[in-house]
Write a protein that binds this ligand. Structure first.
Ligand code: ADP
Ligand code: MG
Length: 224
């Protein structure tokens, strides 16, 4: 069985109401452990919906989804939250950071939901920041950082629990070309050096082409 196995995923928002939207209409996706996959598609094609379902933040209306051999549809909300915290790191377009807090505070946050010791609460954020070359930024308030620095902080937060799966939703679309290329380089390194599985949604072909595989999403289905 593959690391990610999705079959016939349907997602309907506002089902049965007059504002019903079919965002996914039978999407199939398999991703192997340690693979990097870029998901491309026009705006509104269901990319974020797909990523949210992969990340167990949202449930499919129909279809089956197995992550690391586990049938996600059978898990309670609590078990899903635990699995998310242990196995999945998210990086988002608008970074999703607390702007008024320090980089350290933001990177540390996921550890409060796990079983970290007091020592790990100090060492893990620092080690993760060092890996990404941002240890000198730890005391800075997020609001004082550049876009590229913010995305590095967000990636550090995604990595602090050492998850196997990294999900990124247009992580470079708020960045200039050079910074975007550097940030994609980080995701490539996470896969190649640290064996992470990376699924990234992007509009940017140059970004997508640095990944092992590109899939396209169109009319709520996945091609390629
Ligand atoms: P993308 O990320 O490719 O731009 P989305 O997955 O965000 O696409 O959206 C796919 C479709 O589902 C769009 O038509 C969007 O308006 C709709 N949609 C997304 N989220 C919701 C929601 N929470 N409630 C209702 N409709 C939604
Ligand atoms: Mg989106």
């Amino acid at each position: 069985m593959s690391y990610i196995e999705m079959r016939g995923i349907v997602k309907i928002y506002n089902k049965g109401k007059d504002n019903e939207v079919a965002a996914l209409r039978g999407a199939d996706l398999t991703v192997e452990k340690g693979e990097s996959v870029a998901v491309m598609g026009v705006s509104g094609s269901g990319k974020s919906t797909l990523l949210n379902i992969i990340g167990t933040l949202d449930d499919a209306t129909e279809g089956s989804y197995f992550l690391d051999g586990e049938d996600i549809s059978k898990l309670s909300a609590l078990k899903k939250a635990r699995l998310r915290n242990e196995k999945i790191g998210f990086a988002l377009q608008d970074f999703g950071l607390l702007e008024g807090e320090t980089a350290m505070y933001n990177i540390k946050m996921p550890l409060y939901f796990g079983k970290s010791t007091a020592k790990e609460l100090k060492t893990k954020p620092r080690e993760t920041a060092e890996k990404l070359g941002i240890d000198q930024l730890l005391k800075r308030k997020v609001s004082s950082l550049s876009g590229g620095q913010k995305q590095r902080v967000a990636i550090a937060r995604a990595l602090v629990n050492d998850p196997q799966l990294i999900l990124a939703d247009e992580p470079t679309s708020a960045l200039d070309r050079k910074t975007a290329d550097e940030i994609v380089g980080i995701f490539v390194r996470l896969q190649k050096e640290f064996g992470k599985t990376v699924v990234m949604v992007t509009h940017d072909k140059a970004v997508a082409e640095r990944f092992d595989r590109i899939v396209r999403i169109e009319d709520g289905r996945i091609y390629g």
